[in-house]
Design a protein around this ligand. Structure first.
Ligand code: PLP
Length: 631
């Protein structure tokens, strides 16, 4: 990879290599009115967000903090203030237009203003030049409003925001789980352009309540059973908050040594909890890194594998590289192949069926590889899954690992969802064979109480990643990196900038502890077992694949056992239950059959929610079947 130290060299070089990354940042300025809302200050350990095995009690001290109360008495900007300010603006405009002939002498200025696109009716830019008492300046923010940063304002408004969020969780069951709005609903409710003047936080929160929450699908609602869960937790939230508070950009060790070092340590911790092989730990040749998503994880390891292979066989061999996966592999692999320049005709999608419970057949893989070798292609990469997205199928890692090894392929395992369960000894068996892999990924942001986003990736050979993704522009050079004494995570990922995400994972691991996390997983699996038993008791329904983790795949049987009828029936059933807003399920298709997915995993879900969901499914099924009489 060439070195490039010019302006945008780092990004350009990376883009040339793989495409470009996107970074999202938000900064909101607003003027805030104090409302003196009740607040509480939690002082004790965080309790698990579920009832089964939480032994820590959440202690709270109610009451107000008087000195902070005084700070909240600061005068707020009132409507009166605003109208006085508007009057001042108007007066300064009149003054400007009266002195227009004088200014005509300075026609260059007028020209510049017009060229600059300033419409004569736009008052602010003009009075900047003509009124020394202008109430608004471009260089200083309004003192009465929200400052870019002010510790006491942060404390005050931060408390208000935490109260708002806590109230949200208190009332979360009152919202329809699946948002019931129509496309484009929000344009009608929100102004066309951003405000010129600050608004109060209360106004904004009122809008959140009235306009935003109706358009939210409530992933944390205990009646959420769709896709896979995306857990939030008190610990994860606190970590996210701290990370937002410090707001560092930890691309190199030097930019915040703690961010790099904590990430290495915490991923070693999690790697040990999962009993990953030693070579995945940072003490060896490998190590862990937090990616934003499983999609980024598979992309970066595919790039590492590609470049490692091209170094060996020559860079013109790109069109010969073959990637293997199954028809159950997550679509993120396909996207990764597109970005990495793998030729579409070299993506082998192995067929699966119910005979292997939708896992990859090692025989089919061997056959495909022999065929490819026979026509001069080069096997590059195998992606196996532990817990597929459709049905939690588990590919046989041990056998696939042997095949990968003998063909010198990079072997990646995607355990985005089910990886979390493997911290329990009774589920660790599904990772047997992980010793044979080159990289392993699990999403802490799915089922591991870590707020989105936090995707843990481990690689056996970190140099492969670094050789593929590192750049070394002048403006980032520093002593520690040059001396090779440190890890620079910018070289393990697509973007340069990176958040301090290890904080929230560290919080989750420390504030809950391994045993509680195991209980958390087991509780959800038991609830899924319970749901599976309920389905099995109703002869109108069928459990479609054996349940392994906390997902139940099932469907309603049509009267005449006609596949088309069955697909429509189940589609209609899904639609019917989801439009009630009471629960939210999603679907998949397995062997041509439309299947309903019931994924237990929201932190607040209890048995009563599962029972109510099942009752609703039964009731809606009865209604549908009544309209579809037996002929
Ligand atoms: C959810 C999921 C993904 C995608 O996860 P992102 O982090 O959103 O990219 C990939 N693979 C599997 C098996 C998944 O379940």
């Amino acid at each position: 990879m060439q070195q490039n130290s010019s302006g945008d060299g780092q990004a350009m070089a990376m883009a040339k290599h793989i495409g470009s990354g996107i970074r999202k940042e938000t900064f909101i300025h607003q003027e805030v009115q104090d409302k003196g809302r009740r607040r509480r200050r939690p002082t004790a350990a965080v309790s698990l967000p579920f009832s089964l095995c939480s032994d820590g009690e959440e202690l709270r001290h109610d009451g107000e903090d008087s000195d902070r109360e005084q700070q909240r008495q600061r005068p707020a900007v009132t409507d009166g203030d605003l109208s006085r300010r508007r009057t001042a603006i108007s007066l300064s405009s009149i003054f400007y237009f009266c002195s227009f002939p004088l200014l005509m002498g300075g026609s260059t200025l007028t020209f510049v203003l017009l060229m600059g696109g300033f419409h004569p009716s736009t008052r602010h830019p003009f009075h900047l030049f003509v009124s020394s008492k202008a109430p608004t300046r471009t260089t200083r923010m309004d003192n009465d409003g929200l400052k870019p940063m002010d510790a006491e304002q942060l404390r005050d408004y931060g408390h208000q925001m935490v109260d708002f969020i806590a109230d949200y969780y208190n009332s979360i069951e009152s919202f329809p789980v699946l948002s019931q709005v129509q496309p484009g609903y929000l344009r009608k409710l929100i102004p066309d352009s951003a405000p010129n003047h600050p608004e109060s936080l209360q106004n904004v929160l009122d809008d959140v309540q009235a306009k935003i929450l109706p358009g939210v699908t409530h992933w944390q609602n205990p009646n959420y059973f769709a896709y896979y869960p995306s857990n939030s937790s008190v610990a994860g939230f606190l970590g996210e908050m701290l990370s937002a508070g410090l707001n560092i950009v930890g691309f190199s060790w030097i930019t915040s040594p703690a961010a790099t070092e904590l990430e290495m340590i915490v991923l070693d911790w999690l790697g040990k909890m999962l009993k990953l092989p030693e070579h995945f730990l940072s003490t060896g040749q490998g190590g862990g890194v937090i990616q934003g998503t499983a999609s980024e994880a598979v992309l970066v390891v595919l790039l590492a594998a590609r470049d490692k292979a091209l170094r060996k066989v020559g860079k013109n061999a790109l069109e010969k590289l073959v990637v293997y996966a199954s028809d159950q592999t997550h679509a993120s692999l396909q996207k990764a192949c597109q970005i990495a320049g793998i030729h579409p005709e070299n993506c082998r999608i192995l067929k699966t069926d119910s005979s292997t419970n939708y896992s990859i057949s090692p025989d089919l893989l061997t056959e495909a590889i022999s065929h490819d070798l026979g026509v001069g292609l080069i096997p590059l990469f195998l992606c196996a899954t532990v817990g597929t997205t459709s049905s939690t199928a588990v590919d046989p890692l041990l056998e696939l690992g042997k095949i990968s090894k003998s063909n010198e392929m990079w072997f990646h395992v995607d355990a985005a969802y089910a990886g979390s369960a493997c911290i329990c000894p009774e589920y660790r068996q599904y990772l047997n064979g992980v010793e044979e892999t080159d990289s392993f990924n699990m999403n802490a942001h799915k089922w591991f109480l870590t707020n989105f986003d936090c995707s843990a990736l481990w690689v056996k050979d970190r140099n492969a990643l670094i050789q593929s993704l590192s750049t070394n522009p002048e403006y980032l050079k520093n002593k520690a990196s040059e001396a090779n004494m440190v890890m620079d995570y910018k070289d393990w990922q697509i973007p340069l900038g990176r958040r301090f995400r290890s904080l929230k994972l560290w919080m989750v691991l420390r504030l809950y502890g391994l045993e509680n996390l195991q209980c958390y997983i087991r509780n959800h699996i038991q609830l899924a077992e319970h749901f599976e038993a309920l389905v099995a008791q109703d002869p109108r329904f069928e459990v479609v694949t054996p349940r392994i983790f906390s997902l139940v795949c099932f469907h309603l049987l049509p009267h005449h056992n006609n596949e088309d009828d069955g697909n429509k029936l189940n589609h209609d059933l899904l639609d019917a239950v989801n439009t009630t807003g009471k629960i939210f399920l999603s679907h998949t298709v397995l062997s041509g059959k439309y299947i309903l997915r019931f994924a237990v995993g929201a932190p607040l879900t209890e048995e009563r929610h599962v029972n109510a969901a099942w009752k609703l499914l039964q009731d809606e099924a009865s209604t549908l079947l009544a309209g579809d009489p037996v002929e």
